[in-house]
Design a protein. Structure first.
Length: 357
């Protein structure tokens, strides 16, 4: 295990356009950190700079306290797992997992022990003499992970390893990777565009947008205390409701509907111009679930039954918001109802800077 530190890391391919902007991160020994964000946000580029597959334009990368900017990948003591498996089709699973160790002149007895132990850990020990063509996508990814494990590196790097799998297999492999981290206690840096993967796997998440670090925190903080408008709108399925509003004293005016704000939130927002009001779908209650919940009139616009629950699109003032409702909810579009909001679940963002208030 090793700690990884990024200090002011930047990347530019042509010396003019910057694609990663001064990213600072500290990743602790044994921590599982996920880089998440939409396509083109710089997350894979950042991972490749840590691996040494991309040169660093500015800043420093330290692994176990050592600056590695100028070290080749083989000298950084990392192992990387890619989304395309990169297995040798003519070699057995055993040979695929042992190949890198043989290149390093590892004794055969040690190779056999490492490969066998890793295969047992990943539950593929019964198929070590098969070739990749005989395996499912999930089994091939297990082999790719096993090839990384036998290296016994200081840091594991995963670059969207599940993106080629179907939804059910992706869920299964996500659980396997979570268990693997618990057993190995390894330092893992993992890249994904899937915020569900990020929330379920990570000890901490770095949310990236346009090459900028938007927030670096625990999954709970990312979800419940987003530091930026982008983070609020990116996390959650469905994401946070974000509605244009203005401040009317200590109330948020959504245009035709006003909502009482907590005193401290109203104080911080005073004097600001364009604002965004935010509340997550699960925090729009159909019943008052706290003593200080406030009632807001709404009208049903759309029902989306999902089996275990129903998503409601509601008209509140001049805006529409999404709420979660029980599967038994059957009110038709056009039906007026009351939704309840608790002050502790309300958010405000500066619409111009995108920062949380």
């Amino acid at each position: 295990m090793a700690a990884v530190e990024l200090q002011g890391v930047t990347k530019s391919y042509d010396g003019k356009t910057t694609v990663v902007h001064g990213v600072d991160l500290d990743i602790q020994h044994g921590e599982f950190v996920v880089f998440v964000g939409p396509s083109g946000c710089g997350k894979s580029t950042l991972l490749r700079m840590i691996a040494g597959l991309e040169p660093i334009t500015g800043g420093e990368v330290r692994i176990d306290g050592k600056v590695v900017n100028d070290l080749p990948p083989r000298s950084r003591d990392i192992a990387m797992v890619f989304q395309d498996y990169a297995l040798y089709p003519h070699k057995t699973l055993y040979e695929n997992m042992a190949f890198g160790l043989r290149l390093r002149k590892t004794p055969e007895a040690e190779i056999d022990k490492r490969v066998t132990d890793a295969a047992k850990l990943l539950r593929i020990d019964h198929m070590l003499q098969r070739r990749p063509a005989a395996l499912s996508g999930g089994q091939r990814q297990r082999v790719a992970i096993g090839r990384a494990i036998v290296r016994e590196p200081k840091v594991f790097l995963f670059d969207e390893p599940l993106s080629n799998l179907d939804a059910q297999l992706r869920n299964e492999m996500r659980s396997e990777i979570k268990r693997l981290h618990q057993r190995l206690g390894a330092t893992i840096i993992y890249v994904t565009h899937d915020q569900t993967e990020a929330m379920t796997l990570a000890d901490r998440i770095a949310v990236l947008s346009g090459g900028h670090k938007m927030q670096y925190d625990t999954p709970d903080a990312i979800y419940n205390r987003p530091a930026a408008l982008f983070v609020a709108g990116f996390t959650g399925a469905p994401p946070m409701n974000l509605v244009d509003c203005t401040l009317a004293g200590d109330r948020a005016d959504l245009g035709g509907a006003t909502i009482q704000l907590p005193p401290e939130l109203a104080r911080r927002a005073a004097g600001l111009g364009k604002l965004k009001f935010g509340v997550r779908p699960e925090n729009l209650g159909l019943q008052a679930n706290t003593v200080n919940a406030q009632a807001v009139p709404a009208v049903v616009s759309l029902l989306e039954p999902l089996g275990a629950e129903t998503l409601l699109t509601l008209r509140v003032g001049h805006s529409e918001v999404v709420a979660r409702a029980p599967a038994s909810f059957k009110d038709k579009p056009g039906t007026p109802l009351t939704i309840w909001l608790s002050p502790e679940h309300l958010h405000l963002f500066d619409a111009e800077s995108g920062t949380a208030i």
